[in-house]
Design a protein around this ligand. Structure first.
Ligand code: PLP
Length: 402
């Protein structure tokens, strides 16, 4: 019998293209090539010292055992206080569950709710993991193209057209990876008016980049604009990006009791609680000194401004200023159809990414990975020196095209 040892579910998904691009850059580096990697999606800062010390202290004081599955009471209290203080959202800690990073929270929530054939609406450009997570849950990703001329955001008409009897979820990520686009309250209100006509559609808001934004405003939440949606919204967030804590793996979801309870049941039989020591660190991140957040955002902003200006000086490339997150989603339509010095025609943004890597050693991720082409994504979570070197090299590579 020729039965695959790997399930159809896993055969139907692919590894994260951004991890694949990062791995490719690492291999080339190890081979001795000079590589500038603009791929990574994590802060280049260390976790602030007061947060690290809280973890050490917790460990020394014996916080080394299982916690409650949904997270320690202290952390859920800190998250509830954060939601109230920063977002004006009032959640009882029992409506909050702590997960192993936002990623496993999103995946778990889909697993707990998606039946085979259920549709999940994903505006593109999207975070690379969403469609594959849906596929892994036997759902159907419904990708809606949201081009640059609509600010890379889903319009109410597009939402209306995408909803069917099979729709289970709408996934919203604001500010977005990869474009940095952030929905305004008015835009949320207009989407909520459509959702009002479709009461069975649930909404997951991925708020992981909420604090990394460049206009000095706070990021609005869908539930600010439409509090009536509360019983069908899961608000996902975590400490990874805001506090430079990607390795600690702490995320959370706030939402209605039935969904949180289903997720609790699922995680109790799969991952178990998030790391006890990381939870103690996350309490300090949320309750402690917040200066790191504004200081790091000021640095991202300076990098964004400078790198954006340099990219927009390169003929054939264009990028509009992102509202937030730490990426530039660079339009490369002007390079498509041009010839490399070795005589290859650039047909796709994938070809552009390969050309940049092979000709000048700059690693970027092609727009096709995010569902909207022709673009490539640059991460600005790298020092200004690296970003300058990267943009210089990109300019050189573009100059050589015929
Ligand atoms: N959501 C988005 C949009 C992301 O870009 C990422 C990380 O790249 C995550 C979620 C995952 O966050 P975490 O590290 O908390 O799992």
């Amino acid at each position: 019998m020729n039965r695959s040892r790997i399930s159809a579910r896993v055969r139907g998904i692919k590894p994260s293209p951004s991890s694949a691009a990062a791995d490719r850059a690492r291999v080339l580096k190890r081979e001795g090539k000079s590589i500038v990697s603009l791929v990574v999606g994590e802060p280049d800062f260390d976790t602030p010292a007061h947060i690290r010390h809280a973890a050490t202290k917790a460990m020394e004081q014996g916080a080394t055992r299982y916690t409650m599955l949904a997270g320690s009471p202290e952390l859920r209290q800190a998250i509830a206080a954060k939601l109230q203080r920063e977002n004006g959202l009032s959640y009882d800690p029992k409506n909050i569950i702590v997960t192993n990073g936002a990623k496993s929270g999103i995946y778990g929530a889909l697993e707990a709710t998606v039946e085979p054939g259920d549709e999940v609406i994903i505006p593109a450009p999207f975070w690379v993991s969403y469609p594959d997570m849906v596929l892994a849950c036997d759902g159907v990703p419904v990708i809606v193209q949201c081009p640059a001329n609509q600010g890379f955001k889903l319009s109410p008409a597009q939402l209306e057209a995408a909803i069917s009897d099979e729709t289970r979820w709408l996934l919203i990520n604001s500010p977005s990876n990869p474009t940095g686009a952030s929905y305004t309250l008015a835009e949320y209100r207009a989407l909520a008016d459509v959702l009002a006509r479709h009461p069975d559609v649930l909404v997951m808001t991925d708020d992981i980049y909420e604090h990394i934004r460049f206009d000095g405003n706070s990021t609005p939440h869908l539930l600010d604009a439409a509090p009536e949606l509360r019983e069908r919204v899961l608000a996902v967030n975590g400490v990874s990006k805001t506090y430079a804590m990607t390795g600690w793996r702490i995320g959370w979801i706030a939402g209605p009791s039935d969904l949180i309870s289903a997720l609790n049941t699922l995680l109790s039989q799969s991952s178990g609680n998030a790391c006890s020591i990381s939870q103690a660190a996350a309490v300090e991140a949320l309750n402690g000194d917040q200066r790191f957040v504004s200081e790091s955002v000021a640095i991202y902003r300076a990098r964004r401004d400078r790198t954006l200006a340099r990219i927009n000086e390169i003929p054939g490339l264009s990028c509009s200023p992102p509202d937030g997150a730490f990426y530039l989603y660079v339009g490369c339509a002007g390079l498509i159809g041009r010839m490399t010095p070795s005589g290859t025609r650039l047909e796709t943004d994938g070809d552009v990414a390969v050309y940049l890597l092979e000709s000048v050693g700059v690693a970027v991720v092609q727009g096709s990975a995010y569902g909207l082409s022709p673009f490539f994504r640059i991460s600005i979570a790298a020092s200004q020196e690296i970003l300058d070197e990267g943009t210089d090299r990109i300019a050189r590579a573009v100059f050589e095209l015929r």
